[in-house]
Ligand binder design. Structure first.
Ligand code: GLP
Length: 245
């Protein structure tokens, strides 16, 4: 695991964006695995800016997102599709047909999970997977569990995740309680993983996930077994590990 410590959120975002930029420049038809949450917003801003400045071309890139809420359609302003459109896709030249997220509103979720996994495999797998980190160690929406789920699947969100997500909704009853997410196996198959983290609130989980035992109760800990992981964090989130990196 490579740890890159940056000063603050701004620098963390620049570093994460530059890793994505390098990926797309070196392989213009890259398959990028993308993430939502507040952490990657700054990185997406940088990418959009660099696209405007002519530094990068996304016309041959494909993207697959980690997850989507069950029950929210694309137009819902809290769907992850909407988030991605707003924060990145509407600002760069990626063709619509190259963008893929799981659908939150299908009739047959098992079929959707399988077809999402098949779609990723048919693209040749993910070149670079961007991840955030949940306070409980979740990646995508792989919540703490008794095993590491392999492929794309449906999950019940934990109470702590529902509580963490309520800031985006008017009332707690509006927060979805289920999601569809890439599995741990899907993520582990990515050729490279970049995990972005910031803020003092993540310091404890960073220490547990990357310097503690590999256990399914902390899903991100599995990344210790991935051969090509870069963790980019700010000083606050790396506070408890700074003497070990
Ligand atoms: C959500 C997303 C995750 C994300 C996490 C952390 O649960 N499904 O992909 O990493 O939130 O969010 P934040 O970056 O806002 O801390």
């Amino acid at each position: 695991m490579l740890f890159i410590k940056t000063k603050d959120y701004t620098q963390m975002s620049q570093k994460v964006a530059s890793l994505l930029l390098a990926q797309v420049i070196s392989k213009p038809d890259s398959v990028l695995g993308l993430a939502t949450g507040s952490t990657p917003i700054g990185a997406y801003e940088n990418l959009a800016k660099w696209y405007t400045e002519g530094l990068v071309d996304f016309s041959r890139v494909h993207t697959v997102n980690l997850d989507e809420y069950m029950g929210l359609d694309k137009e819902h302003n809290q769907s992850y599709y909407y988030f991605m459109k707003k924060n990145l896709f509407s600002k760069i030249n990626i063709p619509d047909e190259n963008i893929k997220l799981p659908s939150g509103v299908v009739k047959d979720f098992d079929a959707e999970c399988l077809s999402y996994e098949t779609y990723i495999n048919a693209l040749g797998g993910i070149d670079l997977q961007l991840l955030g980190l949940g306070h409980n160690g979740h990646i995508g929406f792989n919540e703490p569990a008794s095993d590491f789920p392999n492929i794309t699947h449906c999950v019940n969100l934990t109470e702590s995740t529902i509580q963490a997500n309520k800031r985006f909704f008017e009332k707690i009853e509006d927060v979805p309680t289920k999601a569809i997410t890439m599995g741990i196996g899907t993520i582990m198959k990515a050729k490279c993983v970049v995990l972005a983290v910031n803020g003092i609130g993540k310091a404890e989980i960073v220490q547990k996930a990357f310097f503690g035992p590999v256990v399914p109760s902390i899903p991100a800990s599995i990344l210790q077994f991935h051969p090509n992981v870069i963790i980019v964090g700010d000083e606050e989130s790396f506070q408890l590990i700074s003497d070990r990196i």
